[in-house]
Design a protein around this ligand. Structure first.
Ligand code: FAQ
Length: 337
């Protein structure tokens, strides 16, 4: 399926950065531009323009929030998994997503924003996280579909991020993509098993695909023409492939997988276009997407409330860890004296 070696041609030669209207020191800016133009990496200790730093904090923190809010829809099914094997797999997967959040918060912290600030922004509803996690998981097939389609879309978006110009983000993404690739396969395998089961199980899979397909296409973000951050993100080598191009790659890769699985993708306009050598597809409901992104999706309020409760319930763990670290430090100081 999708692996680390998944080769995606892209517009990876970053276009020269134009510092039009920039108030940054021209010499430092020129050095930064030259490194981006040469497809080099920017590291935390390097000088960088404030706008680059801000864009990265925005994108990486949103990404981190998506990983930890993304634990909730599947987490709901841990206690209801149909077998011990599926329960063990699901626990491991949800835990991996928490780990991805941690790598990403750490990468964002290297840019000078604390984890506390990022979490405050999430918990107060100021920060965004992926639209896809604001939909309910109604049955067990939803868990398989999240693995197949949601993780599949996430990998498609994230593999180019392994070559992002900001070193800590790019390095974090390498491990994230390896784990997401495994998640995607486990979801597909769980669905294959259900499709070989009873008619009721096949119907559940089809129902889950019908509910999730369009939401997964929207995960890639608004059409390129309506994407305010894309041009700059691509010029800086943060984004390597545009929202629409990634969406198309995802559709082209997924249609044959749906055929093998034996499900129908709920789009009457989905047809191979010989001339374009791509699948044509129907209209995404962008009004629904924006309503969800802006806090009015079916599960936004519940997801945020659950997240805030988990954070508050975990306060004693953070306090205990800090107290332990303080004691350890004092002990080390005493021993050194
Ligand atoms: N949901 O100008 P653009 C996962 C916002 S991880 C919500 O195109 P950009 C793992 C966007 O932030 C999934 N908001 O923005 C998993 C911007 O708002 P702002 C997350 C969205 O940054 C699997 C505005 O719209 N992955 O699933 C969405 O150039 C299973 C205009 O958009 C990442 O975050 C959306 N779908 O491109 C976990 C990957 N799309 O900030 C558990 C990294 C757009 O100006 C279970 N992020 N917006 O207020 C990216 O690649 C990019 O940030 C995009 C958006 C492509 C998401």
């Amino acid at each position: 399926m999708y692996t680390q070696s998944f080769s995606v041609p892209d517009d990876s030669t970053p276009k020269p950065v134009k510092s039009v209207g920039s108030t940054e020191p021209p010499e430092l800016m020129a050095k930064f531009d030259a490194r981006i133009d040469a497809d080099g990496r920017i590291e935390p200790q390097d000088w960088m323009p404030e706008a680059y730093r801000k864009t990265l904090v925005r994108q990486i923190s949103q990404h981190a929030h998506s990983e930890i809010v993304g634990m909730l829809p599947e987490g709901n099914w841990i206690s209801r998994a149909p077998s011990l094997k599926r329960k063990a797999i699901l626990i491991a997967k949800v835990q991996d997503e928490g780990g991805h959040g941690l790598y990403l918060y750490s990468a964002a912290e290297t840019l000078g924003t604390s984890r506390g600030e990022m979490l405050d922004a999430l918990h107060s509803g100021k920060a965004k996280y992926s639209s896809i996690f604001n939909y309910p998981t109604l049955n067990w097939a939803d868990v398989g579909v999240i693995g197949w389609l949601v993780d599949g879309a996430a990998i498609m978006n994230q593999i180019p991020l392994c070559r992002c110009s900001y070193g800590p983000y790019a390095r974090a993404m390498i491990r994230v993509c390896k784990e997401e690739s495994f998640h995607q396969r486990q979801g597909y395998e769980a669905l294959l098993v259900m499709m070989k089961g009873t008619q009721a199980q096949r119907d559940m899979v089809q129902d889950a695909v019908n509910r999730y397909w369009w939401k997964c296409l929207a995960m890639f973000g608004p059409p390129d023409a309506d994407s305010p951050n894309s041009a700059q993100g691509m010029r800086w080598g943060i984004k390597r492939i545009s929202n629409d191009d990634l969406r198309q790659k995802f559709i082209d890769a997924t249609v044959p997988q749906a055929k093998v699985l034996g499900v129908t993708l709920p789009d009457p306009d989905l047809k191979w276009n010989e001339e374009r050598q791509h699948y044509d597809y129907g209209q995404i409901d962008w009004d629904e997407f924006w309503a969800t992104v802006n806090g009015n999706g079916p599960m936004n309020k519940e997801r945020l409330a659950t997240r805030v409760k988990a954070h508050n319930d975990g306060a004693w763990v953070r306090d205990a860890a800090l107290a332990h670290a303080r004691k350890q430090q004092q002990r080390n100081l005493k021993e050194a004296a």
